[in-house]
Design a protein around this ligand. Structure first.
Ligand code: SF4
Length: 336
């Protein structure tokens, strides 16, 4: 079960940040507090950037973060980590042997996207240090209309580190800010023009591209495709949730409160971190369905050929349309 904890804030300032509750980088919970939380809630996923926490890497001790082999963190904080080889050695003793970065372009495009000069250089520095230590380097490149022309060059750079490079489409998540990304979501026509060899660059692209368009997903929805095709794996399958608490995504925010992340709706408050788990389970058993009625809104209309990685992404966009109507509600800093 993922139990996300806002423990460290985020060292990036992405122009299209999809996290409505993103914190600036600072320590929210100490290692000692995280250890106590893990004893109650089980292994924690340190959010947002574990490498930005002053007690990194020790906060990734398996007693806190469980058994893991892949370090997910921001590039700048890892590149700036004190005595990086020693840090990697500690992490290796915990079982880590792979690092994974999310990229948004090659060079200045990446810096501009995450709003941080020098971030691209940090990607190169951290990737080189990690490769030197014998770890695997993984890059997931989030495709958008501004970086499509740079992908070939970026893949070339990644291969210098023997990196595993994935090309990905951002899913639409539920939230007011997520509309910002829709402005740069690529279309099928753009991918065909600028990345006609996408399946060679990343063999994990096995589905025919035309089956990833918004129009295609909606036509499957209207044709009565199985509900699971339009759900996130962590979305409760029924309301009130029938799953044991261990199979739901929980999120502990900086307010010391526990929330359910139903994926298909904003976070739902469940109680305090010191409350009895059984009481929280009882509240879960009485939660009403948070999802607005959508069936009438998914009417045939021209959705164009915008690409979405999953049916859940398209359905969640419809939910966002109901909950947070209109891109004109974007926060100012994201409106460019
Ligand atoms: S989208 Fe960017 S700024 Fe927002 S939480 Fe993720 S890494 Fe941080």
């Amino acid at each position: 079960m993922p139990v996300f904890v806002n423990a460290a804030g985020c060292t990036r300032q992405c122009r299209y940040c999809t996290s409505p509750d993103r914190l600036p980088a600072h320590c929210v919970y100490s290692k000692e507090e995280l250890l106590k939380m893990a004893q109650i809630w089980g292994p924690l996923t340190i959010w947002y950037d574990p490498a930005g926490h002053p007690e990194f890497p020790e906060i990734l001790d398996p007693r806190i973060a469980g058994e893991a082999d892949t370090l997910m963190c921001n590039e700048v904080s890892l590149a700036e980590a004190e005595r990086l080889p020693r840090t990697l050695g500690v992490l290796h003793s915990y079982g880590y042997h792979r690092v994974h970065f999310y990229l948004h372009g090659n060079g200045s495009t990446h810096d501009a996207f995450i709003n941080r000069k020098g971030a691209w250089e940090a990607v190169l520095k951290a990737s080189a240090a990690v490769a030197e230590a014998g770890w695997e380097v993984g890059w997931t490149v989030m495709l958008d209309t501004r970086n499509l022309g740079e992908i070939h060059g970026l893949v070339e750079v990644g291969r210098r580190f023997d990196g595993v490079i994935r090309l990905a489409l951002h899913p639409h998540l539920i939230g007011r800010r997520t509309w910002a990304y829709e402005k740069v979501r690529p279309t099928l026509a753009q991918i065909r023009e600028l990345l006609p060899d996408i399946q060679d660059l990343d063999p994990s692209w096995t589905a025919p591209l035309e089956e990833l368009t918004e129009t295609h997903w909606l036509s499957r929805w209207q044709a009565g495709a199985p509900r699971e095709e339009f759900m996130d794996p962590l979305e409760p399958r029924a309301w009130p949730p029938q799953e044991p608490i261990e199979q739901l995504a929980l999120h502990i925010l900086e307010d010391r409160q526990v929330y359910l992340n139903p994926q298909c709706a904003p976070l739902i408050h469940l109680g305090g971190i010191n409350e009895d788990k059984a009481m929280i389970q009882d509240r879960l058993a009485h939660l009403p369905d948070p999802i607005p009625a959508l069936e009438t809104r998914a009417q045939p209309r021209d959705h164009g050929d915008l690409l979405h990685p999953s049916g859940a992404s398209v359905r969640y966009k419809l939910i966002s349309e109901v909950l947070f109507p209109g891109p004109h509600h974007l926060p100012r800093e994201n409106a460019r």
